[in-house]
Design a protein around this ligand. Structure first.
Ligand SMILES: [Zn+2]
Length: 110
């Protein structure tokens, strides 16, 4: 198994563990029906946002792992060019090269 694959699998396990504990924390806590601006509510909202982010991350890692299995890993899904190894080292689950990521980012901002 490739080292990168091991790293990704470990990361996926960690993210899934976080999702699991966050999910059960959200499920366990009853809705108190407290007023707006209550810290407990805010915390819940934050947890929900975090949960969504973690799920996205897990999906990204899963995608990267399946791409690896198909020998399709490290190719930008926008332009089809190879993604720079330095970028993959930092962001192993990324699906786009730095140029496309930047283009996407500026689209979002502008
Ligand atoms: Zn690209």
């Amino acid at each position: 198994m490739e080292e990168r694959e091991v790293t990704l699998k470990t990361e996926l396990e960690q993210v899934q563990a976080q999702i699991f504990s966050l999910q059960s924390a959200l499920d366990d806590k009853p809705d108190y029906g407290l007023g707006e601006g209550d810290p407990a509510i805010t915390r819940r909202e934050l947890d929900r946002v975090l949960l969504e982010q973690l799920k996205e991350r897990a999906a990204g890692i899963e995608h990267a792992l399946s791409a690896m299995a198909e020998d399709d890993y490290g190719v930008c899904e926008e332009c089809g060019q190879p993604i720079h190894p330095d970028r993959l080292a930092i962001l192993p689950e990324t699906r786009t090269c730095i140029r496309c990521a930047k283009a996407r980012e500026s689209e979002r901002v502008g």
